[in-house]
Ligand binder design. Structure first.
Ligand SMILES: NC(=O)c1ccc[n+]([C@@H]2O[C@H](COP(=O)([O-])OP(=O)(O)OC[C@H]3O[C@@H](n4cnc5c(N)ncnc54)[C@H](O)[C@@H]3O)[C@@H](O)[C@H]2O)c1
Ligand SMILES: O=C(O)CC[C@@H](O)C(=O)O
Length: 313
């Protein structure tokens, strides 16, 4: 058996490391800097990352032994897929492991925003009792607009239905019938923007989705709409969102992801109508355990030339 060398740059749950170590030498350099990665990557046959590590063209150029990059998670916007193809490097992810965790966080953000739960808690901890100010809204019979009706969008919709919400779905890559079968009413983006009380985004970040919610889109929305995003920060024009919050067009936003991460205490993060989480959508024990097993198995399969379940490039 060849002695494969695998580099972990963003950590991996122990169960995944155990699977890898049974077949390969594994170096865990969680948190390695971009410069140090360029210095050491030439030694490795495989690289396993989460979202922090940017696998740029320079990384591929510096990695003549590299055969596979594994993304423990879904989004591969941190990996230069064109460079991977040019260097004949396989890219795999573990797209199903974290679906439920993100869907649950999305519902959590939705409830947090419409009922101002974080503000209620923070003011109580400061010795206050601002009950009269904390008059929120119900999810019951509200219209939820889901942009991107894939794995996470569908699971969000299933959970929202338990709150008796009506589900509009915009996903131009899915046939209308598939959207109906998944429990959504297929609509155009404009119709969704006009009709939804709450809008949640579950699209990948790419050239078609960057700044999908911009000033023009906010202008088409209902006054007092709520925005939830646990997809990628870049799918919302953050400056336009800030203006819409300040004008009252948007009543509140729940954000797990930011155009720049970490964003620091920006005007958006500190806005009183925004509830923020530090990109923890996939951050549950269960999701990370599944993701570790899936990506470890998939990366070893790629090294051994076996059939792959989740090849991205
Ligand atoms: N917050 C987190 O920690 C976290 C965790 C996992 C995934 N994510 C993000 O969530 C995204 C969605 O994950 P998923 O597993 O549901 O992916 P998925 O591929 O199952 O679903 C994405 C859906 O978006 C649709 N889509 C693509 N382009 C579109 C466009 N221009 N307009 C509308 N719809 C479009 C696709 O057809 C697909 O159905 C990921 O790409 C990732 O960026 C975030
Ligand atoms: O790696 C992470 O922590 C984020 C995961 C998530 O954004 C994904 O796309 O899978």
């Amino acid at each position: 058996m060849p002695e494969w060398k695998i580099l972990l740059t963003d950590g991996l749950e122990q169960n995944g490391q155990d699977i890898l170590r049974a077949a390969a030498q594994v170096d865990n350099r969680a948190g390695i800097s971009a410069d140090d990665l360029l210095k050491v990557v030439a030694e490795y046959d495989a690289l396993i990352v989460r979202g922090r590590t940017k696998v740029t063209a320079a990384v591929f150029d510096a990695a003549p032994r590299l055969k596979v990059v594994g993304r423990a998670g879904v989004g591969v916007d941190n990996i230069d897929l064109n460079a991977a193809k040019a260097h004949n490097v396989i890219v795999v992810n573990s797209p199903t492991a974290t679906t439920i965790a993100v869907a649950e966080l999305t519902l959590g953000l939705m409830l947090s925003v419409v009922r101002e739960i974080p503000r209620a808690d923070a003011t109580m901890k400061a010795g206050q009792w601002i009950k009269k100010e904390l008059e929120g809204h119900e999810l019951w019979r509200k219209t939820l607009g889901v942009i991107g009706f894939g794995r996470i969008g569908t699971e969000v919709a299933r959970r929202a239905k338990a709150f008796d919400m009506d589900i509009l779905a915009y996903d131009p890559l899915l046939p209308a019938e598939a959207i109906r079968l998944r429990g959504g009413e297929p609509v155009s983006l404009d119709e969704l923007l006009h009709r939804a009380d709450i809008i949640t985004l579950h699209v990948p970040l790419d050239e078609n989705t960057r700044n999908l919610l911009n000033a023009e889109a906010f202008a088409k929305m209902k006054d007092g709409v709520y925005i939830i995003c646990a997809a990628r920060g870049g799918v919302i024009d953050e400056e336009a969102l800030l203006q819409a919050l300040n004008s009252g067009k948007v009543a509140g936003a729940g954000l797990d992801v930011f155009a720049t991460e970490p964003p620091g205490a920006t005007a958006l993060v500190t806005h009183p109508k925004v509830v923020c989480t530090p990109h923890i959508g996939a951050q549950t024990v269960e999701a990370q355990t599944r993701a570790a097993e899936d990506i470890a198995t998939e990366v070893l399969a790629a090294l051994e030339g076996k059939p792959l379940r989740w090849r991205v490039a």
